[in-house]
Design a protein around this ligand. Structure first.
Ligand SMILES: [Zn+2]
Length: 240
């Protein structure tokens, strides 16, 4: 089947979105979906790309149109909720019909990307806190990385050539970077792979933030997880 958007077009649009994101939305705590996941393009990224076509002159898009589009990549999908979640939970300014019609007139089940320069209006309190709070938070932690203990301005404990710089890290990478979700980590501990984990206030890993970790685990553990979830969800087929 011919896809309605070429791979190249998707990549290009995603790049455009990323540029706006870096400039306007990142600092406001909006979350950008990864373009590529384990099964190819992620559904969130596809929806965002689809809605961003022709930006800034975006179109109203119905949920059934989005569903058809996603089905080109995920044939078993029948209810696409991503557009709503991208707006209300991840902070993208996507208006939804039947919810907020102050920016544009939309029917129920219709969506429109309003702008890539501001977060969704109801998405607030997720801004990274003022510098003074950050300073006092670092002081609370003795100006040390919560995970490895390296001290700000001194050589990293494990990498003596690197001078420690403390960064605001998420405890839970799936939640916005609000006051209660910040811990100080050095630049070595605050790396991309930490998005797989949820940390507590003492910098210890307390749970998974990304199911990919299961895939990497030993078969025995995967079997135990499978058993546990099979029981929890009573053998329900996740594709239905
Ligand atoms: Zn560290």
């Amino acid at each position: 089947m011919k896809k309605s958007l070429s791979k190249k077009k998707i990549e290009k649009t995603y790049q455009m979105i990323s540029n706006y994101y870096d400039k306007h939305l990142k600092k406001r705590g909006v979350k950008i979906p990864k373009l590529i996941g384990t099964k190819g393009f992620t559904k969130d990224a596809l929806i965002l790309v689809y809605l961003a076509q022709g930006y800034p002159k975006t179109k109203k898009v119905s949920k059934s149109e989005l569903t058809e589009f996603i089905r080109e990549f995920y044939s078993t999908v029948n209810d696409v909720q991503q557009a709503r979640h991208l707006g209300a939970q991840k902070g993208w300014f996507i208006a939804a019909g039947g919810r907020d019609n102050r920016d544009v007139v939309l029917r129920r089940g219709e969506y429109k990307l309003i702008t890539l320069e501001k977060p969704y209006p109801a998405f607030h309190g997720h801004r990274v806190e003022e510098t003074s709070n950050w300073e006092s938070l670092k002081a609370e932690y003795g100006y040390r990385c919560v995970t490895c203990g390296s001290q700000e301005g001194k050589p990293n404990i494990h990498y003596s050539n690197t001078i420690t710089k403390l960064q605001k890290s998420h405890k839970d990478p799936n939640k916005p970077l609000g006051t209660s979700n910040i811990i100080p980590q050095c630049q070595k501990c605050n790396r991309a792979d930490r998005n797989n984990w949820v940390y507590n206030e003492t910098g210890r890993v307390i749970k998974l933030a990304n199911s990919i970790v299961i895939k990497r685990s030993d078969k025995e553990i995967r079997w135990k997880v499978y058993k546990l979830l099979y029981e929890e969800f009573k053998g329900k087929n996740p594709l239905k």
